[in-house]
Design a protein around this ligand. Structure first.
Ligand code: FAD
Length: 469
């Protein structure tokens, strides 16, 4: 079909009408476009930023590969949708291109980093937990193993869906909250366990299977996004300002012109999607409004040589519990992921503030952010300069979707909404704050758009993707 797809200064251009416009070239948008292209659909992807990847971007500066957002992902069982994409794109043909992250996680306690956190055996034998807390961890794991339908793709179905993380941990030794769950939820997701629902976190951890499975893309965590984008029609620097649906066609507006298509997928964070499109389906509207995000901030510091930790073998990531420092949440040694990350024997360190630190620092000038975090981090990494000359600040207003019990409650109806010309993709769709959430949402969005564009498939897909409430 040929229709005008772009109007600039009143000039209509006769070019083919794409079946689908995908807004956002993060992992969810690119994976959706890839799945639609596999169905034989014509797809255009419009991205506001100057590069693809969204929260999985890697920048190349000071000779280093610097992941700005997502840093690692678990093995095949933990992130199946990601590994399916990795395999489809041939990125695992050379196993060295997805190397394991060794000695992945430690927790700081009593003046030193306690290794083996996040490993089932490590947690039982130590990792900074008192003997009583370790026993309680066994009890907690046994309780979670009995929870029906603890499914990361459908967290609302779990029997603990109404509990917050703090509720879940209340009967157990306080160490479990203070030295394990709080530092993980706050440090990795920016979540406040007193607000955030227990089910998505517990289901995610159970599915991921422990920090000993962690991997990273040798060539940067944007490897997947770059490989997908190279096979697709993607336009960067194309900020979408409004999406409307009229007479069976979707109009996607931006200062660069209007693109018309038969359907659109909004693969942007939920608050952005709600601002772009006036959603009329009540179930979708309410869920979108309930999907909040926590902001995230990361500082990458390039050093002439790797810092030497206080004692023992260094771990990749060290969680800093609130009781140990109120401003700093996680320190990672990125050069441990692969020697190519910081060539020439250099060090590459990431400092992640606690949620409180993030709120304090999000609006501060870069230099002040770097100095405040570096001053705190020197206690944990002796020799870290107080004012590092090569540091980058990465800010995410919409860092991670925060799954609250209210959002969980509305998710079932959202998932069961009828298919439409405007669909959604993103980690928030399943309230799973990770790349797997984004990749899994893409498969679902492509299936729903396929059903919308093929009316004969609509009824069948409606009953398949219309998940149980
Ligand atoms: C600091 C941090 C650390 C993380 N660590 C990990 C980790 O180690 N492992 C893991 O699995 N996950 C991690 N995550 C989560 C993971 O990065 C995200 O879940 C995933 O990348 C989300 O992908 P997405 O496509 O849903 O959203 P995004 O990546 O946010 O993609 C949305 C895209 O839409 C674009 N966009 C926004 N508005 C518009 C508009 N108006 N017009 C056009 N385009 C627009 C954006 O620029 C962006 O490119 C981390 C996230 C952060 C922030």
């Amino acid at each position: 079909m040929t229709r005008p797809i772009a109007e600039r200064g009143g000039l209509a251009l006769d070019v083919p009408l794409p079946d689908v416009v995908v807004v956002g070239a993060g992992l969810a948008g690119l994976a959706t476009a890839h799945a639609l292209a596999q169905q034989g659909r014509t797809v255009r992807v419009l991205e506001a930023a100057g590069a693809v990847g969204g929260r999985m971007r890697t920048v190349r500066e000071h000779g280093c590969l610097i992941d700005t957002g997502a840093a690692t992902f678990p093995g095949r069982g933990g992130h199946p949708a990601i590994w399916r994409l990795v395999a489809a794109l041939g990125l695992d043909r050379d196993p060295a291109s997805v190397p394991p992250v060794r000695d992945a996680l430690a927790v700081w306690r009593g003046g030193r980093a306690r290794p083996n956190a996040g490993r089932p055996l490590g947690l039982v034998t130590g990792a900074g937990l008192s003997p009583r807390a370790r026993l309680d961890l066994v009890r907690l794991r046994a309780r979670l193993a009995r929870v029906d339908e603890l499914d990361p793709d459908h967290p609302e179905r779990a029997r603990i869906a109404e509990e917050t993380l703090a509720d879940l941990l209340r009967p157990y030794h306080p160490d479990l909250y203070d030295y394990l769950v709080h530092p993980m939820a706050a440090g990795f997701f920016g979540w406040d366990p007193r607000r955030s629902a227990a089910a998505p976190f517990a289901a995610h951890l159970a599915a991921c299977g422990g920090s000993h499975t962690w991997r990273a893309h040798r060539d940067g965590m944007d490897a997947l996004a770059r490989a997908l984008a190279s096979r697709l029609d993607v336009t960067t620097d194309h900020p979408v300002t409004r999406v409307t649906c009229d007479g069976g066609l979707v109009q996607v507006e931006s200062p660069r012109g209007t693109v018309t298509a038969r359907a659109a997928v909004l693969a942007v964070p939920a608050p952005v999607a709600a601002g772009l499109y006036d959603e009329r389906r009540p179930a979708a509207r309410e869920f979108l409004a309930a999907c909040g995000y926590t902001p995230m901030l990361r500082v990458s510091v390039v050093l002439d040589r790797p810092p030497v930790p206080r004692a023992g073998r260094p771990s990749y990531a060290t969680l800093i519990p609130e009781a140990e420092d109120s401003l700093l949440g996680v320190i990672t040694l990125e050069h441990l992921k692969h020697p190519g990350r910081a060539p020439g024997g250099r060090g590459l360190v990431t400092l992640v503030p606690s949620p409180r630190g993030c709120r304090e620092l999000l609006g501060a000038p870069d230099r002040a952010v770097v100095q405040r975090l570096a001053a705190r981090a020197a206690r944990f990494l002796p020799g870290l300069p107080a004012d590092p000359p090569r540091a980058l600040v990465h800010r995410f207003r919409y860092g991670l979707p925060e799954a609250t019990p209210r959002a969980l409650k509305l998710r079932g109806a959202f998932a069961a909404r009828p298919v439409g010309a405007v669909e959604y993709a993103g980690d928030w769709v399943s309230l799973r704050p990770c790349a797997e959430g984004a990749a899994a949402s893409a498969a679902l969005a492509a299936e729903r758009i396929g059903a919308h564009l093929s009316p004969e498939r609509r009824a069948a897909a409606g009953s398949r993707s219309g998940e149980r409430r």
